[in-house]
Design a protein around this ligand. Structure first.
Ligand code: ATP
Length: 607
């Protein structure tokens, strides 16, 4: 029993904590201040609203008293005042709606843009900490919670205590005894609201998390439709979706019931307060202690002594729910970015001497070293092939070169200049990266090629496509370069996608080429076209290639053999075959697995 009470008290303490709220506003205030005019108007309208509430009651009471006293003169000047209250109230409601929308949406817009920019500027290390579905749900789900902390809820959080106090002062002036009845209701109303506020908040959190899960599931399903179909996973995915939706329905239903009880309870408290004050007030009227008009004012305002208390608790629950959504966004915003501004593509300088990895120690997670004091020199203008077992660290070399990750120890020099001295955009302008899996954007062929660099002319684009052996295919299409290629280039074949990636790299015209040869087998003709395109791309460039083809290693100026993050052999193809080392054993095994040389491209019979 004491355990339950302690747990409940802890929950209450958490419920009334200001820590999260303070953190939320520390971040949001700069955005809100940018739209301070809208907030100032809303703040002003809030007091107009409170004044009008009191003024209406005053009007009813006075009009009633004037009518009872047959005071037509008074009634005549009261009526235009009442009409002006109505006009003021209508205008205030309209302005409230407009300025609330302006304030909320402007802050939401700026905040989303800031979050999006922040994610674009995060380093590879920090991006890889997040699931893309999770990132998506910040935009589709969490960001909308901002309404709960910057819009109506915020205004209400200020309005409700003010209206309570203003009405209380007014009621005390009419009859302090009647006012006392209303004050006595406060602790009951507050206790009731805190209990329901807690239940609503906890349920709301569950709903919020579940919506996040559902959007992650949808995101993964639509991205992985082909895998789902090939593994006949439709039924299990469908069952998962149905069960999550059922769970959401149950939670929403519980939420509705809680809200229902919350409002019923609030209504009961205010009705009882109303009836008690009406009976007491009528008794006072019969004793001649107050006028009928004053009683009317009283019963008109008595509701304002209850609902601010119940609503405040409801709003507070919503407030905290929004804060926990904001908390999830903060976790991303707290992560350091590579730079403060979005990078601009810059003109790259040619590589004159070499790229040098000097004493590099690197780990992705801070515990398991991928490289331990690695040293490597790549001379300018040469083709360097990297081979090794899967997981040896080949791709990690590229990740470090492109500064997607930073080594814990050691430095990378590019022509005697440490890579740390380069701005990320300047550094990346030196490299054209062609990865195994080509990512193309939805849109046309032209749009995908033009993104390589600014100011590409049509002639340059077609020349690059010709070099990459893709031009004849493009012009065979009815819409040529303006052909839509579908989401992630789904309407292109593997070989066509690869040649598009090569064309993009040609257009980027960077001095250093980072190439991760695709392991997926292409038919002979396509293979030949891709190979030809690659050789043209390599010409005149320093090339680092994660090699999977025999021809690539045969033609490389130097081969680097990697094993568990170490360079175990370097040399030319024929020399390495003569050595009793990993290179020869990789070759003998036929390099079956992904990330190693593919057997039909590279086996002893060919050599
Ligand atoms: N983002 C990451 N976070 C944590 N560990 C990673 C990450 N990327 C790679 N690793 C780990 O680093 C090691 C080296 O991976 P890397 O991708 O460099 O190998 P690889 O030689 O390119 O392999 P493959 O030929 O299979 O692509 C592996 O053990 C891998 O699990």
């Amino acid at each position: 029993m004491t355990g339950i009470i302690r747990r409940y008290l802890l929950a209450v303490r958490e419920y009334i904590t200001f820590k999260d709220i303070k953190k939320t506003y520390t971040l949001l205030t700069p955005y809100m201040l940018q739209h301070w005019k809208a907030y100032a108007i809303l703040f002003f309208l809030l007091f107009v609203d409170i004044t009008l509430t009191l003024a209406y009651s005053w009007f009813f009471g006075n009009l009633t008293d004037a009518a009872i006293q047959s005071n037509f003169v008074r009634m005549k000047w009261l009526i235009p005042i009442g009409v002006s209250f109505v006009i003021l109230s209508i205008s205030s409601t309209y302005l409230n709606t407009v300025f609330e929308t302006i304030a909320t949406n402007a802050v939401k817009r700026d905040f989303s843009v800031h979050l999006f920019k922040h994610i674009l500027l995060l380093s590879g290390m920090h991006v890889s900490n997040h699931h893309s579905g999770e990132l998506m749900s910040h935009f589709s789900n969490d960001i909308h919670s901002i309404n709960g902390v910057i819009g109506r809820s915020l205004i209400d959080l200020i309005r409700l205590p003010f209206i309570y106090l203003a009405v209380l002062i007014y009621l005390i002036q009419i009859s302090w005894k009647l006012a006392l009845i209303c004050v006595l209701v406060a602790p009951i109303a507050m206790l009731f609201s805190v209990i329901f506020g807690l239940l609503l908040r906890n349920n709301g959190r569950l709903i919020h998390n579940l919506i996040g899960n559902i959007s992650t599931l949808l995101n993964e399903t639509f991205h992985g439709l082909q895998v789902i179909r090939s593994f006949t996973m439709e039924k299990s995915i469908f069952a998962k979706y149905v069960s999550k939706n059922q769970e959401l329905y149950t939670l929403e239903l519980r939420n509705a019931k809680l809200r229902g009880w919350f409002y019923v309870g609030g209504h009961a408290v205010s009705t009882i307060t109303f009836l008690v004050s009406l009976c007491m007030g009528s008794y006072y009227v019969s004793l001649g202690l107050i006028s009928v008009g004053s009683l009317l004012i009283f019963v008109n305002l008595v509701n304002h002594m209850v609902y601010p208390l119940t609503e405040l608790a409801g709003q507070w629950a919503g407030f905290q729910r929004s804060s926990s959504a904001m908390e999830r966004i903060f976790k991303i915003l707290e992560q350091p970015t590579e730079s403060t501004d979005l990078p601009l593509a810059v003109q790259s300088k040619p590589l004159m001497k070499s790229i040098q990895f000097q004493d590099i120690t690197f780990s992705y997670d801070g515990h398991n070293d991928i490289f331990n004091h690695l040293n490597l020199q790549i001379p300018a203008g040469k083709v360097v092939a990297i081979v090794g077992l899967s997981g040896a660290g080949k791709t990690t070399l590229f990740n470090l070169l492109l500064a997607f990750y930073k080594p814990q120890l050691g430095k990378i020099f590019i022509d005697d200049r440490s890579s740390e001295e380069f701005a990320p955009s300047e550094l990346r302008s030196l490299f054209a990266h062609v990865s195994q899996e080509t990512f193309l954007f939805g849109g046309t062929i032209r749009e995908n090629l033009l993104l390589a660099r600014e100011g590409i002319t049509d002639a340059e684009m077609m020349q690059a496509a010709t070099i990459s052996n893709i031009h004849p295919y493009i012009i065979s299409l009815p819409r040529g370069y303006d052909t839509e290629i579908g989401e992630r280039g789904i309407r292109l074949s593997g070989g066509q996608k690869q040649r598009m990636a090569i064309a993009r790299a040609v257009l980027k015209n960077a001095p250093i080429l980072l190439l991760d040869e695709a392991t997926s087998a292409l038919d002979n003709e396509t293979e030949h076209q891709v190979k030809e395109a690659l050789y043209r791309l390599m010409a005149g460039r320093t090339t680092l290639v994660i090699a999977h083809r025999l021809s690539t290693v045969q033609n490389a100026d130097v081969i680097i053999v990697m094993d568990k993050g170490e360079i175990v052999q370097t040399g030319h193809h024929r020399d390495l075959l003569l050595e009793n080392g990993l290179y020869r054993s990789l070759n003998q095994k036929g390099f079956q697995k992904r990330g190693e040389l593919v057997d039909h491209h590279f086996d002893t019979s060919v050599i």
